[in-house]
Design a protein. Structure first.
Ligand code: CA
Length: 384
């Protein structure tokens, strides 16, 4: 599956110690089209930044992502992932020849497979993979760009590279040379690590220390993706912006999460197991229930924030209404999967009331941005 064009996807994998993730892509404030595409199909996550103009860039990035999904292995197999990227390259070249795209179109590809704690990343171009490890941001990938070569040669500093007029010239892309190969990075991660994949519309607009701060402070991966994209837009939004955030779960944490998301049909045995797992944590169950929160929608479509977990335990509700937000889902521009998560299975769970409020704020600003873009394109259409 892929998601793109002002969309967001979030979710968690069904089996075992597998990641929670969130993603968002946005056209930004300057461009007419969103040429970025992304993939969140656990264990495969990827970002592709297309180029070629006149809508060809988005054709290139979509074909590359689709081909990647069809060919990527389901384990952290570096050779297998490299073969899938080579296949994506061939598919983009074919599409330019057979008329689905245009000659000269191309795309970057930063593709990853996170299988438990084993990570493999394939890299072509200047989209990036970052790792937040114990609070510190590390860049995993090396850009294939003119300015990256100049930085390595000592001709430019990172700061000069960020504003260099030729900063978007890339030295390797999918779609031109059939012999192009990706760089492959393989590593073992720790529980609690967080992976970020992004297009240069994010990494060129905001500095690494801002990225580190957002990834460290926000507990929810979807909220992180939203905030990062909003920061890039606030900084100017000169390019399409895409962020995919994936969390690596520890064993213990995975157990708690599993218990947290147990359906209410789990009855008392389930609830006892939940309390046992919660009690085993440092917080204690009361503190835990008092801290976590979830968002639901009331009969008037208004988003409300509840403290606790949806459901009941021994006849007592395990939550209480914290506050109503005054925001209706009909006032927002939410993707269907977000609306489904608000309305199904007891609501959308987050780590705190503050996270819930921040999420609603993000949705409000997204709706405002979208309205501005719609008004602007209506204005343009009116001028013709
Ligand atoms: Ca870009």
């Amino acid at each position: 599956m892929s998601a793109k064009k002002n969309g967001q996807r979030r979710g968690r994998h069904a089996k075992g110690v597998l990641p929670e993730y969130g993603s968002r892509t946005d056209v930004g404030l300057v461009r007419d089209h969103n040429e970025d595409s992304l993939c969140v199909a656990p264990p495969v996550f990827a970002v592709a930044d297309g180029m070629g103009g006149h809508a060809a860039g988005e054709v290139a990035s979509e074909i590359a992502i689709q081909t990647l999904i069809e060919n990527a292995p389901q384990t952290a197999d570096g050779d297998g992932l490299a073969r899938a990227v080579v296949e994506a390259n061939r598919a983009v070249i074919r599409a330019a020849v057979d008329g689905r795209g245009k000659q000269g179109m191309g795309t970057t590809m930063t593709a990853s497979i996170l299988d438990g704690r084993s990570l493999v990343v394939a890299q072509v171009g200047d989209s990036r993979a970052y790792l937040l490890h114990r609070g510190t941001l590390q860049r995993i990938t090396r850009d294939h760009s003119l300015v990256a070569d100049m930085v390595e040669a000592g001709e430019l500093t990172e700061e000069q590279a960020r504003v260099h007029p030729q900063r978007s010239v890339i030295t390797r892309a999918l779609g031109s040379d059939p012999n192009t190969l990706p760089d492959i990075y393989e590593m073992t991660l720790e529980g609690g690590d967080r992976l970020l994949l992004c297009s240069d519309g994010l990494s060129s607009m905001i500095e690494d220390d801002v990225i580190q701060s957002v990834l460290s402070r926000r507990s929810d991966p979807q909220l992180c993706a939203n905030v990062l994209v909003n920061e890039a837009i606030k900084a100017g939004g000169f390019d399409n912006v895409t962020a995919v955030v994936v969390d690596v779960k520890g064993d213990e944490e995975a157990q708690v999460k599993k218990a947290r998301f147990r359906s209410r049909t789990g009855a008392v045995i389930g609830a006892l197991a939940l309390i046992a797992v919660l009690a085993a944590t440092a917080f204690g169950s009361y503190a835990y229930l008092n801290h976590v929160a979830f968002l639901t929608v009331d009969a008037n479509n208004e988003i409300v924030i509840n403290r606790g977990l949806p459901g009941e335990f021994l006849g007592f509700e395990t939550y209480a209404l914290d506050h109503k937000t005054g925001v209706k889902t009909t006032d927002l521009d939410l993707p269907q999967n977000t609306i489904d998560r608000l309305t199904e299975n007891g609501g959308m769970r987050v780590d705190s009331v503050a996270d819930a409020d921040a999420l609603v704020d993000t949705w409000k600003s997204q709706a405002t941005d979208q309205k501005k873009q719609d008004d602007a394109s209506e204005g343009k259409a009116g001028d013709k």
